[in-house]
Design a protein. Structure first.
Length: 390
């Protein structure tokens, strides 16, 4: 490979949440962090060079978005996803989780039902409850090692919901939804006038044999009844730049959301974000392809290691991204006992599957965006704790 993903980079002492921010979440120290969803790889050299150039200029006053930003994104979407985003449909937002809150404030009222599909990214529920809206759940079904949608239940719940939070691809299960699945959800939501919010932050990371379909591309009923949120943060490991974007084909929805952001001055980027993101999309594709190949190797390594050394554990093999939903139900433990096993016995920081809602109990989310030596060390620690259970 041209890029060295085996390189160990000490992130401790850099104020990163993954290493320096573990203390509030775990009551033990000396943990190997395999939890929060960023990678331990350096971002592409083009991103580093762009930031260096901007820093070396030395003046950091009020700034306009880089003129390359919108063109770089639309070219990327066309090239990678076959999505021809029209001028004006694209807008900046500082992060996808705050953007979910903005949507609820702009399009819903207290008490409105917000549909989601657990086990799913937990801020969906947190944001909904914090804003006094009502979460409504369409639990996914685990069938032959992958999640499927219960469409009868989905339609029942959609018929009384105002907004649907779609995780596409799915986090934490790593599922890449098919065109037919997305189209069926789009038809149901259009029928009941449910606004679809498609969180596609992992869209650029389908693994071998899979292809991401943007929700808005499955038909006019999807395009005209949705807001899509995307970002380069997972793709190029630049979450700290706080640069996400929304794509809204429907004129009325776009103007309503843009007005909400504009009145609160939430629609402009800081001076380091847009230029670096443009460089990533324009020149980071080779890095991305090699990173995905490396991550796929980590997935293979973990799956084989578990099968060989810890058969009471299992994993949902991800179809996208570097996150694995690890099945610990074979340990016959409660969720608290599972977390004690990983954090106290194995000294590995993971995220409890219980936080993702119904269907997450008995699982933990595990981050494979790291050098293989780090993954090996984590698995060795888990195996030692596992063997002690015998």
């Amino acid at each position: 490979m041209k890029y060295n993903f085996d390189e160990y980079i000490d992130r401790r002492g850099t104020d990163c949440i993954k290493y320096d921010g573990m203390a509030p979440f775990y009551d033990v120290s000396d943990l190997l962090p395999m939890w929060i969803a960023d990678m331990d790889f350096k971002s592409p050299p083009c991103v580093i060079d762009a930031l260096r150039r901007r820093i070396e200029h030395g003046v950091y006053g009020y700034s306009l978005p880089s003129p390359q930003w919108e063109t770089a994104i639309t070219d990327w979407l066309k090239r990678r996803h076959g999505w021809y985003v029209q001028p004006g449909e694209l807008g900046f937002v500082g992060g996808i989780v705050p953007a979910l809150a903005f949507v609820l404030e702009a399009f819903t009222n207290e008490g409105d039902a917000i549909l989601m599909q657990p086990p799913v990214y937990h801020p969906y529920s947190f944001v909904t409850r914090d804003l006094k809206r009502t979460p409504v759940y369409n639990p996914l079904k685990l069938v032959d090692g992958q999640y499927e949608i219960d469409f009868e239940d989905f339609e029942r719940k959609a018929s009384r919901s105002k907004v649907f939070f779609l995780c596409n691809p799915h986090n934490p299960g790593g599922r890449v939804w098919t065109f037919d699945e997305l189209h069926r959800m789009a038809e149901i939501c259009a029928r009941y006038n449910v606004l679809v919010i498609s969180d596609e932050i992992h869209c650029d990371m389908p693994l071998k044999g899979y292809h991401h379909t943007p929700f808005a591309l499955v038909g006019p009923e999807a395009a005209q009844n949705s807001i899509t949120f995307m970002a380069a943060s997972k793709t190029f490991n630049v979450a700290g730049l706080k640069s996400s974007y929304h794509i809204i084909p429907n004129d009325d929805i776009r103007e309503r959301f843009a007005r909400f952001l504009r009145y609160r001055e939430l629609d402009t980027a800081h001076l380091f974000a847009t230029e670096a993101i443009a460089e990533a999309y324009n020149h980071g594709e080779e890095w991305l392809e090699q990173m995905l190949e490396y991550v796929e190797g980590n997935v293979d390594y973990m799956q084989e290691y578990i099968r060989t050394h810890m058969p009471r554990l299992d994993m949902i093999r991800p179809q996208a991204s570097y996150l694995v939903f690890l099945d610990a139900r074979g340990l016959d433990m409660t969720d608290d006992e599972i977390m004690h096993f990983f954090t106290h016995d194995a000294r590995v920081a993971v995220t409890s599957g219980a936080v993702y809602g119904e269907g997450g109990s008995g699982f933990v989310r595990f981050n494979l965006g790291c050098p293989r030596h780090t993954l090996h060390l984590a698995l060795e620690r888990i195996k030692q704790a596992y063997d002690n259970l015998q």
